[in-house]
Design a protein around this ligand. Structure first.
Ligand code: FES
Length: 342
């Protein structure tokens, strides 16, 4: 029988798990909290392998909550915190991890009834009592310098997870095209989904009239936090002043470029953008080259409109063609209705 060597347990007092999967809160927030714990550990001397009160902090994949993050779990206490920002983390660190009093306002779940949490291991082992260092502001901005094997390991883990996140995620270019209904509606579905996940979202409408009050615009006003730019003149298939429409669309493209560069969006809809390319109001190759060079890597762009040109289809990651099969106007003469078409 092959003899297995028994691993050596390096004691610690508590372990924190911070979700950085990215659905409950942006992963960057989890990474900031992780760094803050490492800095506090260093300041408090709780990063040392030989300190029995050592605090381990681990960036974890989804913890199964997926809302109201960042989510942070304290082990072995079985206490789950939500909405943990930097100020909240400072309180958790100082009041709970050092002071032994959980921060009630931030708790949303207890794995054990209050007062029945597993005993603090250093107490059970009879380790020397925790003697906290004086609490003071942390130096901001400097690169963390690992001071111990443990801190170096945690840093490496943080970098690994960040790299994995970068590999896993990509801002997509999504095109909804075709003759059928539902191109903008499907784009707005994505927008609603992203808004629900507290992502920054916006809409640029190239042709719809700048003073239009469609149902979706009213909904966005009621939801709040949605940037909505309409630059068109209400162009329809029968419009006569195409020069004015084209000029407005080009002006809106300039606004849109600025928003892509500086808006900080997670999702941006370019509604009816395909017409600018199809009708030659913009040079398609130039516009796509600009997007290639300037689109932030994690920004999802959703482009709608009929006649998506070949180069746009090639450029996109996801293309859907809406195909009409039956329409109430053609079949039954029923006109557009509020809440359905506008
Ligand atoms: S994504 Fe954070 S708990 Fe699921």
């Amino acid at each position: 029988m092959v003899e297995k060597s028994v691993p050596n347990m390096r004691h610690y007092g508590r372990q924190l798990f911070v979700c950085n999967h990215g659905d409950c809160a942006p992963s960057e927030e989890a990474e900031r909290l992780h760094r803050l714990v490492l800095e506090r550990n260093r300041q408090q001397g709780l990063n040392k392998l030989r300190n029995p009160h050592r605090i381990k902090c681990t960036l974890a994949d989804c913890l199964g909550v997926c809302q109201g993050g960042p989510i942070l779990v304290v082990y072995p206490d079985g206490i789950w915190y939500h909405g943990v920002d930097e100020a909240g983390l400072e309180r958790i660190y100082r009041e709970h991890l050092i002071g032994g009093r959980p921060v009630e306002e931030l708790i949303f779940h207890r794995h054990f009834p209050e007062g029945k949490e597993p005993a603090y291991a250093p107490d059970v082992r009879g380790d020397e009592a925790l003697t906290p260092a004086p609490w003071g502001p942390l130096e901001k901005g400097g690169e963390l310098q690992p001071e111990s094997e443990d801190a170096a390991g945690e840093e490496a883990e943080s970098r690994r997870l960040a790299a994995r996140r970068r590999r896993k995620k990509k801002g997509l270019v999504i095109v909804n095209t075709g003759e059928g209904k539902g191109k903008t509606t499907a784009a707005l579905g994505i927008l609603t989904r992203a808004w629900g996940r507290r992502m920054k979202v916006g809409v640029v409408q190239f042709l719809k009239h700048e003073s239009a009050r469609f149902g979706e615009i009213r909904a966005a006003e009621r939801m709040g936090d949605i940037d909505w730019i309409s630059g068109g003149d209400g162009w329809t298939w029968t419009s006569s002043d195409m020069d004015e429409t084209a000029a407005r669309a080009r002006r809106t493209w300039t606004v849109c470029q600025e928003r892509i560069l500086n808006g900080g969006y997670d999702v941006l809809i370019l509604d009816e953008f395909t017409y600018l390319l199809h009708y030659g109001w913009l040079d398609g190759n130039e516009a796509l080259a600009w997007l290639e060079a300037n689109k932030p890597p994690l920004l999802h762009l959703v482009i709608t409109g009929r006649y998506a040109p070949r180069n746009l289809v090639d450029f996109a990651d996801l293309v859907t063609e809406m195909r009409p099969i039956k329409h109430p106007l053609e079949e039954q003469g029923i006109r557009a209705q509020p809440g359905i078409e506008f």
